[in-house]
Design a protein around this ligand. Sequence first.
Ligand code: AMP
Ligand code: TRP
Length: 340
Amino acid sequence: MGDDRTMPVLLSGMQPSGDLMIGNLCGALRNWVKLQEEYDCLYCVVDMHAITVPQEPKLLRKRSLDFLCLYLAAGIDPERSTVFVQSHVSAHAELAWILGCHTYMGELSRMTQYKEKAGKQGKNIRAGLFFYPALMAADILLYGANLVPVGDDQRQHLELTRDVAQRFNRMYGETFVVPEPYFPEVGARIMSLTDPTSKMSKSSDNPKSYIALLDPPDVIRSKIRKAVTDSGTEVAFDPERRPAISNLMVLRSAFTGESMEEIREAYAGKGYGAYKEDLGEILVQELAPIQQRFRELREDKATLDRLMAEGAARAERRARKTIEKARRRIGFPARPVKHR
Ligand code: AMP
Ligand code: TRP
């Protein structure tokens, strides 16, 4: 399955560099689930991207497996989609090198995410952090992805992927599919619980700023209770003047589907305390089935190993065609048969 379908190919991935949290669910994962209806999807846990900044090995391994299980628990269907861990498919590293040799220093230097992340790293910035867009391009081009759903912050990397693909095609003849960005029309942008002017982030140092998908019920309730609020008491949507309550309204709406007006009416005269109690409860209820499915799979090592092996094998098979073609194009001698 997967290889010979005629639906457009779509690929995305998330870095296991923090706890997968409700922002990732509302802004990415839920959408990925829906996209399975219309596209031939590949979803990967991009652990090779995560090591562009320091990681604790044990934690990285644990998170990579947690991410894979959370993708599945949230509704990614491993029969329909190709779900895998990036580092299991060595063609990613191989193509990244080839593409990196066709990417210019000037292009990489312009990446704003590099500048931001490098700024936070202080002295010993890893060369991989600079090279990272070549790896991301490899992820995408290996599978001939037509569409890549990403957030705004990845727009520049996708543009670079397109440029490098076009350059390569011009130099050596048609090799890669040039991907299109896909900006989903729905998907709320959730802000931090401790600072509603910055985006909720899985890599934040402060776990109180986000609700992890695996937070136990009591932790969820407590984090929502302690979320900062604006001065005032009225539950009304006004992101400029009341960013905190507005964010908590967006969050509720992302799970209940209610409009801001409906929420405002429901809480007229009730105040923030009551609002937060209910919101905590909604999140607990909504995350419960995901957490339940997660636990079942995470504790069933045999099934998890099987799914991981199947995903890797399927991805590997799909990647092979492209990597062999790219190798031929640039003039690498054919691989001796037993190494293919
Ligand atoms: P990141 O956690 O920044 O690696 O992003 C992984 C995916 O989750 C991307 O598709 C982001 O657009 C999405 N995402 C991350 N944070 C949020 C957020 N606070 N609200 C909505 N979507 C988010
Ligand atoms: N760079 C992306 C991020 O930080 C993750 C990513 C890696 C990705 N490879 C990808 C996203 C390929 C889409 C397609 O969020």
